[in-house]
Each structure stands twice: as C-alpha cells, then as structure tokens.
Design a binder for this molecule. Sequence first.
Ligand code: BEZ
Length: 255
Amino acid sequence: MSVDNNLADQGSEFWIFGYGSLIWKPPPHFDRRIPGWVTGYVRRFWQASQDHRGTPEAPGRVVTLIERSYWESLTDHHDKPPDKVWGVAYRIIPERVAEVKEYLDIREINGYTIHYTPFYPAPDVDSAQLPNGSREPFKTLVYIGTPDNDQFVGPQDPQGLAEHIYRSEGPSGLNRDYLWGLERALNELSPESGDDHVTDLANRVRAIAEKEGKAAEVLAGLEKVLEKERRHHEQPHLFRKVTSVDEEEETEKKE
Ligand code: BEZ
C-alpha cells in the first residue's frame, strides 16, 4: 500500500509499526515507543507460524494485517472491525538506522513482507515524542503476511481456530500465551484499543482451558512468561545481533 502525501516531515527518522508481538516485545535499538493506529487494514489470526508459535509439522496461528478492501470480499465469522488497527510505533535510534535497515531490506520473514503505512499517534502522546513535534501521521514500516504468501490461512471458524491455538506450541513458546499476551498488550494501550477478534479468541481459549480443568495452571504459566518478558525488556538496550524483529523471541528463549 502506498503512503499518503499528507505526512509529518520526519527527516531521516525511521519508525516501525508493531501490531502483534512487537507491541510487548520491542525491536532492537529503539528509543521511543508510541501507541496509536493505522487504517485500511483488519488484524486477523490468519497467518500460520511454523517457527515461532508452531512447527512445520503443526503450525500455530499468528496475526497478520488484511487490506480492508480484500477483507470485505471475504466471509469472516467475526464482525466488521473499527477503522483503527491499534498498535505501537517504535523509533529506531538514529545511529542504528542504517544497521537496522540493512537487516530489514534483505529479509522476508516467515512469509511476512515489508510494507509502509501512515501511523496515527494516540491523542495523549506528548508531541515532543513525535517526528518534528507534529501530530500529523507519519510513515512506518510494517510486516504483513499478504494473502499470496504460503503461510496465509484465510478465514477460519473461530472455535476451530481457538482449539488450534490452544494446542499449538513452537520454539518461542505456547501459541495461547502469544494470544493472551496480545490481548493484554492491546488493552494496555488505551481504553479503546481492544480488538474484538483477539478478545473473542482469547475468551474461547480460556473456556477450553477451563473445560479441561487447566485454567489456573495455564494462566499461572502466562503470568510467568509475561513477567520474564517484562524483566527482559526493562534491561538497557544493549547491542544484540538479531536477524529480524520477531527473532528476538527466539533469542530470549535460548538465554
Ligand atoms: C508485529 O507487528 O508484531 C509483527 C508482525 C509480523 C512479524 C513480526 C512482528
């Protein structure tokens, strides 16, 4: 998708938009984190994950962004979502931009490709944090698993999808922890940043855990994982050579 002309002058500032795990697992070398949204897309758990929240034999499910015009041509079991897809924009430390771009420009990760889209900062963000101090939208890089990539799954029955997420696990951890981590991270951004598709799936997965008599156990597991991640991201941003934004997930796990 092309980027509108009506953008803030951001000079050479380089920003990345996260709408999935990047919301609570920042990319390397950022110095600002801004809540806000993009438009023209719908967030859905329609991308298979063979290397993070699943395996090649049993892929899990992670989110991607679907162009709204394409989404409207499909039959989805979840309601029409609001225009805003909430997430977080990260500014890459200026001295690290060349290095980070070098990784990003040469890589396609797990079926996701690089796109650029305008990002709208949330109203309560301090203008001093924004490019050129302007409240106008600005350009962000975003990873999208488009419908033509091999791991794009498309619309799924919500209960079947929830069962699938409940059972899946990959090198980065349990698929359900990714879902619940995303639900929580979205709810923390703003009073209006929740996503009905994510919340509905999260509720269904909780109900499955309860039915299996495992609710307390799995929720305690989630708390442990999130606490570990929170402690990790409170560390100063030391140089860490990672080969993609999401591979930070694996880097953490191996430590
Ligand atoms: C994200 O926005 O969180 C994201 C999207 C695709 C791949 C990795 C992270």
